[in-house]
Design a protein around this ligand. Sequence first.
Ligand code: GLC
Length: 548
Amino acid sequence: MKSESTAERILGSMSSESVSTRNQEWWKRSAIYEIAPISFQDSNGDGKGDLRGLIGRIEYLEWLGVGAVWMTPVYPSPMLDFGYDISEFCDIDPLFGSLADFDRLVGELHRRDIRLILDFVPNHTSDQHAWFNESRSSRANPRRDWYVWRDAGANGGPPNNWLSRFGGSAWAWDEQTGQYYYHSFLVGQPDLNFRNPQVRAAMADVLRFWMRRGVDGFRVDASAVLAEDELLRDDPPNLKADESTPPPQRLKRIFTDDRPESMLYLEEFRQVIDEFDARMLAGEVQGKTDRIGHFYGEKKPRLHLPLNFALLDSPWDALSLQANIDAYLKAIPDKAWPCWVIGGHDKKRIASKLGQAQLRNLAMLFLTLKGTPFLFAGDEIGMEQVEIPREQIQDPFEKLVGGFGLNRDPERTPMRWNGERHGGFTSGEPWLPLGADLLERNIKRLRDDKHSLLWLYRHLLQLRRQEPILVDGEYVPVRSRNDILVYKRADRSGEMLIALNLVHEPRKLHFEGRGTLLLSNRLDRASGAVECPSLLRPDEGIIVKLAH
Ligand code: GLC
């Protein structure tokens, strides 16, 4: 009896420990849903979404089954760059509501077990920020060194050849104090000087401010560009560039991107995150897959989840996908937790690239690969790029570097809640058009159809909760053949096979053993035995629990 109760005690403490690890690491289990509040739901008829509107839509998020919301910036801002030009880090722009609305949002989300992640934009402020006003007021101002100021180059022009991502020199002349300041993005987005410890301390306090208000994590904006080369060495030409390359990409960003110092600053942010319980740090990293690994950290941890865009960038065929998945998993450290992004406010809607029929495979793929899935509001209803008439263009990228297909408005258009006027998004004039396919693709219509893409998302998100193997199980590659992408997830309890037919024709699937169908992406097959060979219909993907 006695030893039994000891065993029970040990078991009991083990399970409570694992429960607490699970809670600490909620971001491994949760699908993360990016929302640009300006495009989600308007509550006051000004044509732009706001926090009250979002609060009114939490029921939908719960129904869908996402575990966390990542919100793009809602801080005070002149809104030159979709709110990424921040004039006050610890407040809410009246366009979106108030701090009281924000607190309500946190409470309402948490009540439904949904976490909240904020965008954290450390690299730059708006030129309207009080810090910058002080900094530019005189060379002697104590905040002068909070930004990157330099004398003119030898010829009287900018200090070197660095280019702004949004076009032109990255240096802007300040008449009053007779120096240039550095801006990686817009002239109205001066870069903070991260070499200054006071700046780092101030930004650490911004993180603490929001974590004390209950925020569960952050997505660090432009995390690779926090520091630039101290010697101001000029960037070399990009030899692959030609006339069709947007001018800002005609130099290779050797001395402005991914400098070793930026990594140290990420380590400092991570330390601040770890002062609090169960928080998460994700981050936007520039560059291709081979540059992701070190963002996780080496001796010291950096980001929990450097965002991985490999699925968005991959050609859509079984062999390319199996290669790109493999390359990414090899590029991250052994113990690192993967993540998979299929959409975002800077990325073209993938629906326009893959076509509607393959979106079901995409959903099944990124929700069954090992790692944290990220989607952008509207991906679950197959929203496509919306055509923006010239006079309605909002994105500064397109205005400044026009004609290269860089406009980000087409993916940022408002959410469609129903097929009525302006999709139920606003009673006023929407800030961007809703798109011609509103009647075909809106939440109400797809929610009413139990075989829709939206319901597939809901089923997959439910399955991830019911089958821990889909979260914690190992990813086991299988040789993909016959246009079918195949892999397994495995743990001590067993194995699951995922097979996705990536062409619009039927294909025969060969696999070892037999199993039970858990889900077909068409949502029209009853669960039942699956034997080898098995016929997959055009564009069909299945999840099979293997019998041993
Ligand atoms: C990031 C954001 C992008 C913004 C830029 C400047 O890349 O994702 O939307 O324009 O930073 O802040």
